[in-house]
Ligand binder design. Structure first.
Ligand code: VG1
Ligand code: CO
Length: 541
């Protein structure tokens, strides 16, 4: 019996990055099956196709992988390439799809959301280019979830995912591969591993916090085994189903152990962290935190120091809420700079069309066209390679960068798990006031323009509306507001704050202090505290 009847579930709409739900929701009978069959149906079936499969090791991932293998076999797939232990980081999965010319892949992860029996699980479909499915595909998947009546799944024993090799499942081949090797090899083609070995040999010290998530095995292989960093450089390096209770989101709030170490008296030269599925990164130097938007700008400004980018960048792109620091670098270098909605799926067309080679988001996401996902370890290697060539500390590199380009003070304030009605009413009220805001003076600032971001993809002309509210103030400061598309509880409001200071004075203020007038002006316009009853944000990054 391979055909099973089913009925639709409500709410299987993929968000910013795949479908994310509480784990018990995903574990309900038929919930995963419905979503996977809908995905297969929406992409025209998987008959004769080759797929890549893997995830970040979180709770329910191994069971979900077995279900998906049996469904792929029943749907006629020719081959599924699966990471040993059902492990693959998101960038490694993207690379595997591309390197093996697979037709697509499924990634089992809720990324930076916590994992465990009562936390979050997720599934994401990536296309043949290795990137997250574009909106047209996720819309088709969602449409299918609402009409689905049956799914196909072979009634066979589980595959053995414990060691590399091939095995049959029905008429399909299950190919288990080392999840790390191909990705580590790719990194060797982009970076100067000899110079990096020299850096570590010369006594450079680093702490890499993998947050008990998927990058542990990758980071250990690359930094400790291939580059000779001291044993113990990688901490929390074993992926655990519940991430050891950590919230694998590499920001100052959730990676506080690493923050404390880098801000302390015995700090190493360099610190970095990554998220659940390995596509995010946080960069720290001794006594200094680098905001993701600034990191993107520094990488853009220094990319040609790295062998893989020695010929120059094709162009750069950032998500709309990401600070305009990278725009200033692009202008100085004569590069095109694109502004896209939030979510890596919007960068794919630009990279495929050869318009950009570097992309970034304020949410600790940075990457290039070496794959079609953001890539945490790649960003960390970019920084290491830049440090090795320049022979300077992170603090020195940042100071020189700000002196040359000015500084875009930046912070994101998150209000998590708000009642959905409250959040929607607040933004509806803002939408209604938007047209009248121009010219308003508050907190010593004057509103230059206010709108709701609508994106037209320059490659295929597709339009994505309602991508966040922007209020621009005279002089280059701004605030952006939008609701998260990755949360699994109520609504999360994200408030993105930015203020530009050209220098040479005022380049080393505390960001929250530098942004205080914009924070106050936002409160006057939107009334977040008044409407939500919250005293302030619960995560500041
Ligand atoms: C968040 C970030 C966004 C990122 C997305 C997926 O989305 O803001 O920039 O692309 O997470 O990242 P949202 O809709 O919650 O703001 V990951 O590392 O969770 O795949
Ligand atoms: Co992630």
């Amino acid at each position: 019996m391979t055909t099973h009847s089913t009925t639709p579930f409500e709410g299987q709409k993929p968000g910013t990055s795949g479908l994310r739900k509480k784990t018990p929701v995903f574990m309900q009978p038929n919930f995963l099956e419905n979503f996977v069959q809908s995905t297969f149906d929406a992409i025209g079936g998987v008959e004769g196709k080759t797929l890549v499969l893997g995830g970040d090791g979180r709770y329910f991932g191994a069971e979900a992988a077995q279900t998906i293998l049996k469904m792929a076999a029943a749907n006629g797939a020719a081959r599924v390439i699966v990471g040993q232990g059902a492990w693959l980081s998101t960038p490694a999965a993207s690379n595997m799809i591309r390197a093996r010319k697979a037709d697509g892949g499924l990634i089992l992860s809720a990324s930076h959301n916590p994992g465990g029996p009562n936390e979050d699980f997720g599934v994401k479909y990536n296309s043949a280019n290795g990137g997250p499915a574009p909106e047209a595909v996720t819309d088709a998947i969602f449409a299918r979830t609402r009409t689905i009546t049956e799914y196909r799944k072979l009634d066979v024993a589980d595959a053995d995912l414990s060691r590399p090799g091939e095995q049959p499942m029905g008429a399909m081949v299950v190919e288990v591969v080392d999840p790390v090797a191909a990705y580590a090899d790719l990194m060797e083609t982009l970076f100067d591993f000899k110079a990096l070995r020299g850096l570590f040999h010369g006594g450079f010290t680093m702490r890499m916090d993998s947050m008990c998530a998927i990058t542990g095995p990758y980071a250990t292989e690359i930094f400790e085994n291939r580059l000779g960093a001291a044993p113990g450089t990688v901490v929390h390096g074993t992926p655990l189903p519940d991430f050891g209770g950590m919230h694998p989101d590499p920001n100052p709030t959730w990676a506080h152990e690493l923050m404390d170490e880098l801000m302390g008296s015995a700090a190493p030269d360099f610190g970095a962290a990554s998220d659940g599925d390995g596509d995010r990164n946080m960069i720290l130097g001794r006594g200094i935190y680098v905001s993701p938007s600034d990191s993107l700008a520094v990488i853009a400004a220094n990319a040609t120091l790295v062998p893989g980018y020695a010929d120059g960048l094709k162009g750069v792109a950032r998500s709309m809420p990401t600070s305009t620091a990278v725009d200033r670098v692009a202008q100085a270098l004569g590069l095109d700079c694109y502004e896209t909605p939030t979510g890596w799926k919007f960068f794919g067309n630009l990279m495929d069309a050869g318009r950009v080679s570097l992309c970034g988001e304020e949410s600790f996401g940075t990457g290039s066209d070496h794959v079609r996902e953001k890539d945490g370890l790649w960003a960390i290697l970019m920084w290491l390679n830049i440090i090795a060539v320049r022979g300077q500390s992170v603090a020195e590199i940042m100071a020189e960068h700000f002196a040359r380009y000015g500084r875009n003070y930046y912070s994101r304030h998150d209000y998590e798990a708000l009642p959905t009605e409250v959040a929607n009413a607040m933004l509806d009220a803002l939408r209604a006031r938007l047209d009248g805001l121009k010219g308003t003076a508050l907190q010593g600032l004057v509103v230059e323009s206010a709108d709701e971001f609508c994106y037209t993809d320059p490659v295929d002309g597709s339009v994505s509306a309602h991508q966040g509210f922007r209020i621009l103030f005279e002089g280059g400061s701004r605030v952006v507001l939008r609701l998260s598309g990755t949360g699994t509880e109520g609504a999360t409001l994200r408030v993105y704050l930015e203020r530009y200071v050209a220098g040479p004075e005022g380049l080393s203020e505390d960001p929250q202090a530098a942004l205080a007038p914009i924070i106050a002006a936002t409160e006057e316009i939107v009334g977040i505290k008044a409407r939500t009853g919250r005293p302030g944000p619960n995560v500041i990054s």
